[in-house]
Design a protein around this ligand. Structure first.
Ligand code: HEM
Length: 170
């Protein structure tokens, strides 16, 4: 993380000066431990969402999308219980530096884009799953809108992971 770019706002400085922010900077094992929780959560998030995204792209068409989604999406949801608190904890350590990092801003925008893509898929494409994922239709590749949702999800989550890693450098 780069140091002290620009004037930091009072709320961000207050976050850094909080007990949690100080502990995250000063306790030797705290930041790395929290980062490990973040990474375990990322593994669970990407591991669960990637198998569904690949299915949407047409891989393993023997498994109905609905069955697979019901199996993996609870794990995707659970991953946020590890990722979000740990991300926020790391944020408190250097809040003003993170906010002034373009990589951090891009990362947060990408997370919102991934959420929007998932919400659109659930609202627009998934209600007709019985039609486009019927036993007969599964002999063909999924429709373009389904493949697009899967491809976008994979690409966005890979970009989020890349931004997370790049935070240490920019
Ligand atoms: C939701 C999906 C998310 C993914 C896939 C993700 C990914 C990553 C990755 C790969 C790292 C680098 C870990 C390392 O280099 O050891 C990271 C670090 C970090 N993430 Fe996330 N993250 C996510 C959500 C969040 C959220 C919601 C926040 C909250 C503000 C956050 C804040 C941070 C911070 C502050 C770091 C530390 C950077 C550093 O110390 O260099 N992340 N993230």
């Amino acid at each position: 993380m780069t140091e002290g770019s620009g004037a930091a706002s009072a709320p961000l400085l207050a976050i850094e000066a909080s007990g949690l922010g100080r502990a995250m900077r000063e306790w030797l094992w705290l930041y790395p431990s929290v980062e490990i929780v973040h990474i375990v959560g990322i593994g669970l998030l990407f591991g669960s969402i990637a198998v569904l995204d690949l299915r949407l792209l047409g891989v393993s068409r023997g498994i109905p999308v609905k069955t697979l989604a019901r199996h993996v999406l609870p794990w995707t949801a659970a991953s946020f219980l590890l990722i979000v608190p740990s991300g926020l904890m790391m944020f408190t350590a250097h809040a003003s530096d993170f906010i002034s990092s373009p990589v951090f801003v891009v990362k947060m925008c990408l997370i919102m884009a991934a959420g929007l893509n998932a919400a659109l898929f659930h609202a627009v494409t998934l209600p007709s799953v019985e039609v486009w994922d019927s036993e007969e239709m599964r002999k063909l590749p999924p429709p373009p809108s389904v493949r697009l949702a899967g491809a976008l999800s994979l690409a966005i989550w890979i970009a989020v992971i890349a931004c997370g890693r790049l935070l240490a450098y920019f």
